[in-house]
Design a protein around this ligand. Sequence first.
Ligand code: HEM
Length: 425
Amino acid sequence: MDWHQYELERERQLANARDHAASIPLEEIDVGHWDLMRNDTIWPYFERLRREVPIYHHKNSIVGPFWSVTNYNLIKAIDSDAAQFSSEPTIGLNEVSQQESASSFISMDNPEHAVQRKAVAPVAGPRNLAALEPNIRERVVGILDSLPIGETFNWVDRVSVELTTQMLATLFDFPFEDRCKLTRWSDISTSPRKAGLWDTLEERQRELDECLEYMTRLRNERVNNPDGLDLLTMLAHNEGTRDMSPVQFLGNILLLIVGGNDTTRNSISGGVLAMNRYPEEFEKVKADRSKIPNAVAEIIRWQTPLAFMRRTTATDVEIDGTVIPEGERVLMWYASGNRDESVFENADVLNIDRPNARQHLSFGFGVHRCMGNRVAELQLRILWEEMLGRYSRIEVVGEPVRAISNFVRSEVARMMQVDTTEIQV
Ligand code: HEM
């Protein structure tokens, strides 16, 4: 299917979803079903939940019972209340993600969370960012220079995956020639069995054990050199992390790989897709490159690379007149909060001039707010600066292929065929 047919078909499916979302009983709405995300038809269901029951108990979801929080202010309130809404035992929904995330600091409450976060936070601090900028630009230029002009290619593989993998290799100071292992480990740890990357849990574990072995070797090599600015050196030397168990070490390594991988990758692909869906926005940013930083924030809002974070009630909690009992799974749907019309006017549409684009929820809020947000923004800003300096047209020409997930908003995670025209000087 070409891009235009795809867009028409998507509009048709969305119109059907609007009718369906408006007509079914509330208890039949299941925003946990990955098909809604995969088909990009989840929006009318969120819209109804926001309007009628912004805190809603799904009793019959395909992923088991959970509560949905869909309105912007309630999401912020819950994300700010780590005492009553715990990140333990996991911030994901399914038992596979629980295995690893249970041992990384994103799935811990304070004080333990704060100790481990502090150990690695400098990697995304101002000193490192300044050092990273020329490095990222050089890599962006290298990647763009290698692309064909006027010929169709897969943008996801050639740009989004390549750039994020190179960035991860830099953050870990990981052997460059082996960098595709990082992407593989990330994909293995986040993909459900049905995605086809692994068949049995043993097979999956074997690959993750390889990750543990490789990273442990690198960390041990750095024990005698405390000066590195990379994540492994930081983990090896910080008092709070140097004696972590192998399970915790692997959990945190996977958090750092996954945190920076799918999210940034899908913001890169999603941005190109959004500019194709709203070509007037592309023209605006092309005409005035000072708009790039706000365009980056708006792309991250519009894409919302992680659809939700889960919390678990530490006690019975009353919020907005509803009591959620202790021990329940509560999903803060950032994807829905970012489309909340009471905060973002015309929220479904990409608008690079949106005055409050930066107030999006895509990086979360509160003590777990994304640690790598500045790294991601830096990478996207440089990429758009370099892209706009060389292309007058970046056209999606084929049907984008999405991954199966209700968590990673990977609208274009696998494949996006793109054709470009070079600026004539
Ligand atoms: C557009 C790109 C990104 C998005 C949308 C994103 C999104 C998020 C979200 C939603 C959270 C949880 C926030 C919460 O619970 O309140 C998070 C946490 C985190 N992110 Fe990101 N992220 C991105 C890029 C990155 C990068 C590049 C890195 C690594 C350098 C990274 C590392 C982390 C880490 C370590 C955490 C855990 C923080 C904690 O628990 O204290 N992220 N991210």
